[in-house]
Design a protein around this ligand. Sequence first.
Ligand SMILES: NC(=O)c1ccc[n+]([C@@H]2O[C@H](COP(=O)([O-])OP(=O)(O)OC[C@H]3O[C@@H](n4cnc5c(N)ncnc54)[C@H](O)[C@@H]3O)[C@@H](O)[C@H]2O)c1
Ligand SMILES: O=P(O)(O)OC[C@H](O)CO
Length: 343
Amino acid sequence: MGKEKITIVGSGNWGSAIARIAGNNVKQNPDMFDEQVKMWVFEEEFEGKKLTEIINEEHENRKYLPGVALGENVVAIPDIGEAVKGATVLIFVMPHQFLVKTLDQMEGKVTKGIRAVSLAKGVEVNGSDIKLFADIISERLEISCAALSGANIANEVARDRFSETTIGVRKKEDGDMWKKLFTTPKFRVSIVDDVAGVSLCGALKNIVAVGSGLADGLEWGNNSKAAIMRIGLMEMKSFCQEFFEGVKEETFLEQSAGVADVITSCLGGRNMKVATAFVKEKRSFEELEKEMLNGQKLQGIHTAKEINTFLKARNRVDAYPLFTNVYRICWEGKPAEELTDGL
Ligand SMILES: NC(=O)c1ccc[n+]([C@@H]2O[C@H](COP(=O)([O-])OP(=O)(O)OC[C@H]3O[C@@H](n4cnc5c(N)ncnc54)[C@H](O)[C@@H]3O)[C@@H](O)[C@H]2O)c1
Ligand SMILES: O=P(O)(O)OC[C@H](O)CO
């Protein structure tokens, strides 16, 4: 069997942090992996220069992960067809709102039967229908797709601060390859057979993190934030068990993708920080995202809206009061002070 050829589809804050890890690890395992890691970049100008040129010449993504060196073997490519040509392993890591459009551009360009993993935290909702990105990727490209999620604030992982992550796989035997690609002494990987649980925890915790930020903006203190984390985790679990089959109980409490990601996101994530500013500064999320995140994207407010659309279509809005209050505060002008009403 030939060596695995890696392509990363996405190059934002997390995409670049994971490119650094994969770039280093392929060099540690030369029998298993080709040395070059390709990274598809949604091309843009940064400080008067193309971002791909900056990455390829300076080996740093100065826009989305400044101050962190990427290996010289990480090659930025603006053309998606060229980036995925010949790849045997795809790592999808982009804001979830762009994933379906990106898949449209990939159709017919990916070798069928290869392996992929989705690091995007989000779900796709169409009325009463909800889909995991790992499933959409599998179906659209006829490949097998795992899901990676955990308490993984990218700027910390990129600086080798100890972190853990969870990979939900469809076939246990794929676990070894994913571990070799992502594990470092400071980034610990657990493999579980729960693609749905890992994917859904990653998506839903972003709503909880927005709730935590709203409470922070109101200066309600730590007890309130802890309560939001606990209630949020319970709503996440109920949602998974009500609408998906086979989600494992252990994923919520024993895996980084579960409780640990709720905690880190509620304490220090972008969703939390921007939601805090939304309450304190009384400005729109759109404006605050642009000003505070420099091109990085919020997921939680969109997931709150998507989950609300789904719950309305299923007539189950009242069963998820935290998710619903977060949605109404972000999108319908409900006062933030009503965050805990009906909990
Ligand atoms: N940043 C983190 O700490 C972190 C950690 C774990 C998981 N995640 C998840 O990983 C996913 C990717 O996050 P990120 O931090 O790498 O992204 P990001 O928030 O840095 O977003 C910026 C990226 O979006 C791209 N982009 C902008 N417009 C686009 C378009 N129209 N089409 C395609 N791409 C476009 C930009 O080129 C850039 O690569 C998200 O779902 C996020 O929740 C993020
Ligand atoms: O910064 P956030 O809120 O997008 O969260 C980042 C990661 O998902 C934390 O694990």
